[in-house]
Design a protein around this ligand. Structure first.
Ligand code: MGD
Ligand code: MGD
Ligand code: SF4
Ligand code: MO
Length: 714
């Protein structure tokens, strides 16, 4: 039945990795409602408050629709041709004066949620040809990619828990009840968990905070931040020591692994982490019993031993036969497989490589063509800085990367700063010119990345809900025009194939990829099928899908195991720290936040404030601090003041603060966000603290001192 004048459309929510299929009711251009699409084979009707807020993003008066250039303190609207020319002139001039490497690119998180950014946007750093390419990956998930590349031969061969069939789910350093899953597209996590429970399955959570996910788990164990590596290696140790290993025949170097983990006993793990040895032993046996999936995310990748953690998890799955097995961790086999597929002669995503270049000051190695973003500020420092210009594409490094405020000071001084971004925020306020792309309701979408990490094989096309205005540009159009303009300035003509690729819309590209995927799919067919096509549950695909040369999994890649020495050296300190009164800072996410950029929608920020530092009542009492008061938090690099909230959700010795807050800064044009209370957590994190193998930022387990603000503010 159709109500008069009311139409229903089905779209994909691109705000987080859950990839929910949504049902939108419209009267003309007016959105009447946004709901979860019940018949969607992947998301099954799920929606969260952010999905409803898509309409606020669309209507946000602060969202730029046309380019602006900065004239002094003022922003002046300009036409697209002028804006693209200005951007190209600025970037080109810096490269002419100081060489290719003098212009950096920073790609933020929204790029992986935009089809056009993936099909066309990556041409920008390629064209610039600078070694200074950075992204949010190195404040997030780089350890996963390094381990996948080293063990499975491709950085995107990332197995996900087969939650719909598992018996035992172990989640470490991840809070899907708030985040809706990460490197694991698991829409409707609450519903899927209910089903797991009704099958008699169990959820075990290991986290220094009793998170929303821990609250619905069967077991929760506190772990001292930064010590999970010892716990995970102890799980591997028990499996091997107790004769429980049953790896597939393509898995190699079991004996080498046995030697490497011999000293990582459960007792040693308990001494540094606080997780009881008996819990570790029981859990190892339970995992080894099969149909068990272990997943570790932010909390265990953005910490000191992130690579060891991710490696130990993969080893644990592989030696217990849970890897590539129903109910264990499995690889999605999507319609368009970014692992191995090429488009017009270029791989959609490269396999990965390491150390082809390195950063100038600290000599940290690149991975997959990117340098760790923790070195960005230092490469802008000093009398002859290596970086003199930047283009940020959908990124807010001032808020999202360690010591970002200091980075902001350098950004303000650059010879060229171009931003492709719809808002004037902590970072983009320093730009010379901002090119705003269309918003999530104005662009087509097919998810190349998250279909590859999903708990079910599906394929879904999402057409733009609203056509873009005459005066707007999609991100792929901006990338196309900028790449042509840069090449023009170099007097270079692009090869014809590249010209065609840049001029073809993402829709054309996806259609070609679907048609050649041998599953009888096309954009037209998907567009006719609301919710998309169900391609069934996850399927075993190893060793065939491995990208290692000999189709075998080596358990002990040297590049990874090299990190063990640093861990062994740190153990005595970690043990001593556990006995001390020292506080460690960890992060947290709330269901209504999205990193640093969705606080401009009042729908998501009203209600009880949630920006406070959480601290255990005993730790407060020990310092004579009252609940609700203002405290000073001091790390090795900086100090800030924030309200404290007493909570036994956090373990003793741990304090928790969300990232992405603190918008009130000169020049920020986010009318609602600037009034949202809170501070920028990354003022406390230290760019010098990086994970040893990958260079990923350490954002969790930051040593801090907390004092009552009145006594500290002298
Ligand atoms: N609502 C919402 N959803 C989001 C986002 C958002 O900002 N808001 N962001 C999206 C993005 S970009 C990502 S990457 C994902 C991230 O998704 P998740 O990986 O689920 O990230 P967090 O919610 O930050 O959970 C990290 C957890 O690690 C814990 N932790 C901290 N240190 C340690 C440690 O040393 N050991 C262990 N075991 N745990 C530790 C923290 O207490 C926290 O509970 O979420 C995505 N989804
Ligand atoms: N302390 C601490 N720091 C963290 C984290 C943490 O848990 N703790 N989490 C880290 C993680 S997981 C991530 S992914 C990073 C995120 O780091 P970033 O990607 O740098 O930051 P975001 O907050 O996602 O900012 C997104 C930017 O993109 C813009 N934007 C929004 N939509 C679009 C769009 O469609 N197109 C374009 N071109 N731009 C758009 C926004 O205005 C904003 O400037 O932060 C990391 N930083
Ligand atoms: S869970 Fe993620 S994908 Fe689903 S509605 Fe919320 S923000 Fe959108
Ligand atoms: Mo992220």
């Amino acid at each position: 039945m159709t109500v008069e004048g009311v139409t229903t459309k089905h779209i994909t929510c691109v705000l987080c990795e859950a990839l929910c299929g949504l049902e939108v009711s419209l009267r003309g251009d007016e959105i009447l409602s946004i709901k979860g699409h019940d018949a969607d084979p992947l998301s099954r009707g799920h929606i969260c408050p952010k999905g409803v807020a898509l309409q606020d993003i669309h209507a946000d008066p602060d969202r730029l629709r046309r380019p602006v250039k900065r004239v002094g303190e003022e922003w002046v609207e300009i036409g697209w041709d002028e804006a693209v020319d200005l951007a190209a002139d600025l970037l080109h001039a810096v490269q002419q004066r100081h060489g290719r490497d003098a212009v950096a690119t920073y790609l933020g998180n929204p790029n992986v949620h935009s089809l056009g950014a993936l099909t066309h946007g990556t041409a920008i750093p390629r064209t610039l040809g600078s070694k200074h390419v950075f992204s949010a990956t190195s404040v997030d998930q780089l350890p996963h990619h390094v381990v996948a590349w080293a063990m499975y031969g491709h950085q995107f061969l990332l197995p996900v828990p087969d939650i719909d069939r598992t018996r035992l789910l172990v989640l470490i350093g991840t809070n899907p009840m708030a985040s809706n899953g990460s490197l694991w597209t698991v829409p409707d996590f609450p519903g899927r968990l209910r089903e797991l429970h009704s099958r008699g399955g169990r959820l075990v959570v290991i986290d220094p905070r009793r998170t929303e996910t821990a609250a619905v788990a069967d077991e929760h164990h506190f772990v001292r931040p930064g010590t999970d590596a010892a716990v995970l290696l102890a799980l591997v140790h028990v499996v091997l020591a107790d004769g429980l290993a049953r790896p597939a025949d393509y898995v190699e170097h079991l004996d080498e692994l046995r030697v490497l983990v011999a000293d990582f006993t459960p007792e040693l793990a308990e001494s540094v982490s606080g997780v009881p040895a008996v819990v570790i032993r029981d859990l190892a046996h339970d995992v080894a019993a099969g149909e068990a999936a272990v997943h570790g995310r932010m909390g265990v990748s953005t910490q000191e031993f992130g690579v060891i953690c991710q490696w130990a998890i993969q080893c644990l799955m592989a030696i217990t036969g849970n890897l590539d097995s129903p109910g264990g961790t499995m690889f999605t086999t999507p319609a368009i497989d970014i692992v191995g597929r090429a488009f017009m002669g270029r791989p959609l995503v490269g396999r990965g490589h390491r150390g082809r270049t390195s950063s100038g000051v600290r000599g940290l190695p690149e991975f997959g063509g990117e340098l760790p973003v923790s070195v960005l500020a230092e490469e802008m420092e000093g009398p002859t800085p290596a970086i003199r210009g930047i283009i940020t594409i959908g990124g807010n490094p001032v808020s999202s990367t360690p010591a970002g405020s200091r980075l902001g000071e350098y950004l303000a001084e650059l010879e060229a700063f171009v931003a492709i971004d719809p808002w004037i925020n902590e970072t983009t306020r320093h730009a010379h010119v901002i090119l705003p792309p269309t918003g999530p309701l104005e662009r087509d979408h097919y998810d190349l990345i998250f279909h590859t990490l999903a708990v079910r094989n599906t394929a879904r096309w999402s057409s733009a809900l609203f056509p873009r205005g005459e005066d707007q540009r999609h991100d792929w159009e901006i990338a196309r025009d900028l790449v042509f303009a840069l090449n023009h300035r170099r007097g270079r003509r692009l090869p014809v194939k590249q010209q065609i690729r840049l001029r073809s819309s993402p829709r054309l590209g996806i259609d070609a990829l679907l048609r050649t995927s041998r599953r009888g799919l096309s954009v037209r067919r998907l567009a006719r099928t609301p919710g998309g096509v169900d391609l069934g549950p996850l399927q075993s695909c190893l060793p065939g899908r491995l990208r290692t040369e000999d189709k075998r999994v080596v358990l002990t890649p040297a590049v990874v195991t090299a990190g063990l020495a640093a861990l062994r050296r740190r153990l005595p300190e970690l043990r001593a720290a556990r006995e001390s009164d020292d506080l460690l800072l960890v992060g947290r996410r709330h269901q209504r936040d999205n990193n640093s950029w969705m606080h401009n929608t009042p729908r998501l920020t009203k209600g009880r404030p949630r920006h406070q530092l959480l601290m255990h009542p005993d730790d407060l009492a020990a310092r004579g601090i009252t609940d609700g008061s203002l405290v000073t938090v001091t790390s090795e690099v900086s100090s800030l003041q924030v309200e404290v909230r007493a909570s036994d959700e956090v373990m003793r010795g741990v304090v928790s603060l969300p990232h992405g807050y603190g918008h009130k800064r000169p020049g920020v044009r986010l009318s609602n966000a600037v009034d949202v209370p809170g501070v920028t957590m990354n003022d406390l994190t230290d760019p010098a603290r990086v994970e040893g193998v990958s260079g990923n930022a350490v954002l969790n387990g930051i040593p801090v001192v907390v004092t009552a603000a009145a006594t500290a503010a002298t």
